[in-house]
Design a protein around this ligand. Structure first.
Ligand SMILES: [Zn+2]
Length: 69
């Protein structure tokens, strides 16, 4: 889904002035690619991670938690 690029283009993330290293393809016809840099990839990864690792209802009863207590 994330593709490395080898042409020169600016990162398109808000407030970022780096050169892009990666792109994601979208379904938009006008500008189907979103370009972003290593920094923004890290930030994206972090942000996504926060939403993917949820406070699961099972968490208090997970084996890890039981061992800790
Ligand atoms: Zn960037």
């Amino acid at each position: 889904m994330i593709n490395q690029i080898n042409y020169k283009v600016k990162c398109e993330m808000v407030g970022c002035k780096n050169d892009a290293n990666y792109c994601i393809f979208t379904k938009k016809h006008f500008s189907p690619k979103i370009h972003f840099c290593e920094d923004c990839k890290q930030k994206l990864y972090f942000e996504l991670g926060k939403s993917i690792i949820p406070k699961s209802l099972d968490a208090p009863y997970s084996p890890k938690r039981l061992v800790k207590n």
